[in-house]
Design a protein around this ligand. Structure first.
Ligand SMILES: Nc1ncnc2c1ncn2[C@@H]1O[C@H](COP(=O)(O)OP(=O)(O)OP(=O)(O)O)[C@@H](O)[C@H]1O
Length: 252
């Protein structure tokens, strides 16, 4: 469902010169699976997800999302994905219902099927209590739910979440992660980026550890611990980072 082959993206920065933000990254992600991109700040996670959601064009390599090439058929990709990032906000002057409806209409859903879909969505996300609350009056938890609703209103098969729990308190973060798990159980293909080892070990079927734009290791969390002889994800992460800094071994 998501196939990434030798993907690279370099940025020209006027102070730092060419930055290889993503460097020869390959992985795949299947329906009914949560794939985690784990890495520190600046590792290249956001850049990878922006390419998958057609916001950025790769410098080299290719990505196929829901059967379509992100460069050759960006429109086809966009109708089949939901992309949530820190910028997927709410609008101060729109209520929860109005905002989700607005995005549903943008996706071309007819009024009546949209209303039915939204009734289900608001029930599922427990948003009925604040249907009419304006964005400017929402709590962080409410905002996050509205962002999720807006992201999935068109029921896309592929969901891309860029640090969906960043800046949230533990209760809201937990609620978001539970909803992501439910979406996986409904057969969605889900990729999300995180700094959190705990989220990865709780939620991810497979994980790619990315550092300095390069994929350092990829596989099921337990498989990776076995392969590298590490006791837990944190130790594995530090092991891979040290190894990459030493430049001693080619990434696996
Ligand atoms: N538009 C841009 N112009 C120049 N450099 C960029 C641009 N976008 C990203 N970069 C650089 O590319 C590298 C990877 O950035 P990216 O945002 O993908 O990392 P990240 O893993 O998502 O980090 P974070 O966890 O901090 O969001 C960083 O060195 C960043 O400074």
């Amino acid at each position: 469902m998501i196939q990434v082959e030798h993907l690279s993206k370099a940025f020209l920065d006027y102070r730092r010169g060419w930055i290889p933000a993503v460097d020869d990254v390959s992985f795949a992600c299947e329906p009914g699976e949560i794939f985690g991109l784990l890495g520190p700040n600046g590792a290249g996670k956001t850049t990878t997800l922006r390419i998958l959601s057609t916001v950025l064009r790769p410098t080299a390599g290719r990505a196929i999302v829901a059967g379509h090439d992100v460069v050759a058929e960006p429109g086809e990709v966009r109708t089949r994905i939901g992309f949530m990032s820190a910028n997927t906000g709410v609008y101060d002057r729109m209520s929860a219902w109005e905002l989700v409806e607005y995005f549903g209409r943008l996706y071309g859903i007819e009024r009546e099927p949209l209303r039915e879909r939204m009734e289900r969505l608001f029930g599922w996300l427990q948003m009925d209590d604040f249907r009419d609350v304006l964005g400017s009056k929402m709590s962080t938890g409410m905002r996050q739910k509205v962002s999720i609703a807006r992201t999935i209103v068109h029921d896309p098969p592929v969901l891309i979440f860029d640090e969906p729990t960043s800046g949230l308190d533990v209760l809201v973060a937990r609620a978001v992660m539970l909803k992501i798990a439910e979406l996986r159980d409904r057969g969605k293909t889900i990729i999300f980026s995180t700094h959190s080892m705990q989220e990865v070990s709780k939620l991810c079927d497979r994980v790619a550890i990315i550092y300095k734009g390069r994929l350092q290791a990829e596989g099921r969390p337990t498989e990776l611990l076995d392969r590298f002889g590490q006791p837990d994800l944190e130790e594995l992460f530090f092991h891979l980072v040290e190894r990459a800094d030493l430049g001693a071994v080619a990434p696996t």
